[in-house]
Design a protein around this ligand. Sequence first.
Ligand code: G1P
Length: 291
Amino acid sequence: MKQKIRKAVFPAAGLGTRFLPATKSSPKEMLPLVDKPLIQYSVEEAVASEIESILIVTGRDKSSIEDHFDISFELEAVLQERGKIELFKQVRALADLVKISYTRQKQALGLGHAIYQAKDFVGDEPFAVLLADDVIDAKKPALKQLIEVYQKYSAPVLATMQVKGEAISRFGVIDAEEVEPNIFKIKSIVEKPKFADAPSDMAVIGRYIFTPELFGALEKTKPGAGGEIQVADAMRFLLDEGKPFYAVKLDGVRHDAGDKLGFLIATVEFALKRDELSADFRQYLKSLNLG
Ligand code: G1P
């Protein structure tokens, strides 16, 4: 199956427990990094990777995500009236960015279960999955890097990075063999292993290209780590059947913006890159004299 990757799925129904109380009544995907909500970064990455259609799998409190990517007549009228044309254009561009539809995951039963909600949307095409709290700062969009590997090997691909020490047990972890620089053929995968049991230091990060075969595997997947239906377990099922899977070590920096410390680091890094902020912000950071 070698087709263009046109569709992307964004699971966004998690409870955001790592960020309570901020996420009590609004989804973590709407936390702002500088001035854009987390999910906008990965939606823009998808668009820059030539994705044409997006499905956001939401849970409770989805309306703020929908509103963000919709036309806001009132706001646009006020901005125009006040002559704030640049802001008006930015706000309107968001509504015109890409075709987005929504479906609801009624219970938060895990990432695999969230992705399964996209079965009808996906149909019989290969598709991308992006986890919005993994914000990836890269010259070439991260998803595009995966798509290139998919085009070359005609098989599913995920993103990986090296994670040293105990922190590896917060991730899916792969056992893989390098087939060319930064590209690996996956032998096995395990979700959130204990440090001592981790097969390597290669963590899975939230970008994937799958084929619709995944849905059949998800149907057979029982709850795993954390009592949740894990996509890593469905992938292992396919690997055990001899289906190929690849991993690409991304050229870029990944921020875990769903975690408080990761979020703060991402905020500083992104603010320093903004023309209108960087000089003053840098000066402020210097004045902290942290020693
Ligand atoms: C999910 C995946 C995990 C992956 C991680 C990357 O876990 O299940 O395999 O390593 O995203 O961020 P979560 O962070 O949602 O628990």
